[in-house]
Write a protein of this length. Sequence first.
Length: 280
Amino acid sequence: MHCRRNVGVAVLVIVLSLAGPAQAQRVADLFRAAASGDAAQISKLLAAGISPNYRDPEGDTALLIAAQEGQVDAAKALLAGGADAKVVSANGSSALHLAARSGKAELVTLLLGRGLDANARTKGGETPLYLAAESGQLGAVQELLRRKADLKQLTENGESVLHGAALGGNPEVIQLLAGRGAELGSRNKDGEAPLFWAAASGHLGAAQALVLRGAPINAFDNKGNTALHGAAASGHAEVVRYLLFRKSDATIKNLAGRTAVELARERRHDDVVQAFTEKR
C-alpha cells in the first residue's frame, strides 16, 4: 500500500476496461469516499449497485484504502455493504495490518470482530502488532495485546516487535512491550538490536526507554557496530550524549576498525564529535 493523491484516477484506468465511463466514475467515487471517510457517499454508491470489492491497479480494495487512512465510518459502511473483510493487498497486508499502522484502535477492534487474524503476517513477515509498534500507535498496540497478539513473532529479516517500536520512537510503546516480556536483546539477521535501531534513527526517548529497561548498551551487530556507532554515524548528537552518559564504551571498534567518534568525524558530524569531548 502507498499513500494516494489520485485514488480515483488510478481506479478509472482499470475499470474503464470493464465497464462504461459512468460505471468507472462511480467506482472511482467509491475509492475517493473510502479515502476521505465519506460513509454517506459509500452507502449511496453501494445502494446503486457498485461492488465494494473492486480492486485498483495496485490490488487494493476500498476497504483496504479506508483502513490505511484510518477511516472508521467508511470501513463500517463498506463492511455493511458486503466488502470482503479478509482481502489482502499485493504485499499481503490485510485491512487489520493497515488499521494497526494507522493507529485507530476502534478500527482494529472492528476488524478483529470480523474474524481477522491478529497474528497474520505480510509477505515481509510483519504482524499487525509490529506495524502498530513501528508507527508508534499506543492505542492499537494495547488493543492487539488485549486480543492476544503474539509478542514473539519475527519478520522475515528477524526483526522483533521491539525493533518496530524502536523505529516508531514511542517510549510508551516500548515500556508496554518490554513490560509484557518482549526481548530487549533480540537481534535481526544483521545482528542489530532494537537499541541500535532507536539510536541510529535518532529516537532519544526510545533509546532511553530501552536502556532503562535493561537493553544491553554495548551489543554489536554483524559488522561490529554498537548503538553508539549507529547514533554517531547518523549524526544524532543528543543520543550520543545519552549513551555516553549511560557508559556506552566509546573505545569499541567495529570490524572495519572504526570507533564511533571516527565514524562521526568521517561524516563531518561536528556536533557529534563535540559530544565525545564533553565532560561527564
